[in-house]
Design a protein around this ligand. Structure first.
Ligand SMILES: [Ca+2]
Length: 154
C-alpha cells in the first residue's frame, strides 16, 4: 500500500508543473509607506512589487476576487533623479502601469510642496476600472499589500 501511494505521489509530482507564484496579503491598517515596508518585513514578507503585466494581472485578479478596491502601497519609490525603483529588490522600474496623468509628483500644502515619491495601486478613494498606479506622498496613511514567493503546482 505504501508503495502504491508513493507511486501515485511521484506520478502526480512528475505530471504537475511547478511554478514560482506569489502569495499576496492585504493589510487594511492605514500606515505610511515606510511603515508598510517594515510591517511586511516583520510578517516574513515584502511590500509588493510588480515586474510584468502577468504579475499585474495576477495581483489585479487577487484584489478583485477578494473585494479589495481602494488604494494600497506598493514597494515603488524614486531616487533624487526621478527614476522610480522597487525598494525591496533595488531594481529599476521597467514595467509600469500608471493611471492616466500619473506620476504627477503633485505638490500641495499638506506635503509641504515636496511632491509625491511613493507608489500606490489606485487611490485611497478609488474604485475599480480603470486600474493603475499613482505616486503619492510617502507619509500618507493607507493600506498596503505584502507578498511572498512560493512554489505552486499547476
Ligand atoms: Ca500622484
Amino acid at each position: 500500500m505504501i508503495a502504491y501511494y508513493h507511486f501515485v505521489f511521484v506520478t502526480l509530482f512528475l505530471l504537475a508543473d511547478i511554478i514560482e507564484c506569489q502569495k499576496y496579503v492585504v493589510s487594511l491598517e492605514p500606515v505610511n509607506w515606510y511603515q508598510a515596508l517594515i510591517n511586511c518585513k516583520n510578517a516574513g514578507m515584502e511590500l509588493a512589487s510588480i515586474h510584468s503585466e502577468q504579475e499585474q494581472n495576477d495581483l489585479d485578479k487577487f484584489l478583485r476576487t477578494n473585494g479589495y478596491d481602494k488604494g494600497y502601497w506598493l514597494a515603488g519609490t524614486k531616487e533624487g533623479n526621478g527614476q522610480f525603483y522597487w525598494a525591496t529588490t533595488g531594481t529599476k522600474m521597467i514595467y509600469t502601469k500608471w493611471l492616466d496623468g500619473q506620476p504627477d509628483d503633485a505638490k500641495f500644502d499638506t506635503n509641504f510642496y515636496e511632491g509625491e515619491h511613493c507608489v500606490c495601486w489606485g487611490f485611497p478613494s478609488y474604485r475599480p476600472e480603470p486600474i493603475g498606479w499613482n505616486d503619492m506622498t510617502c507619509f500618507n496613511n493607507i493600506s498596503y499589500i505584502c507578498q511572498r514567493f512560493e512554489y505552486c503546482f499547476i
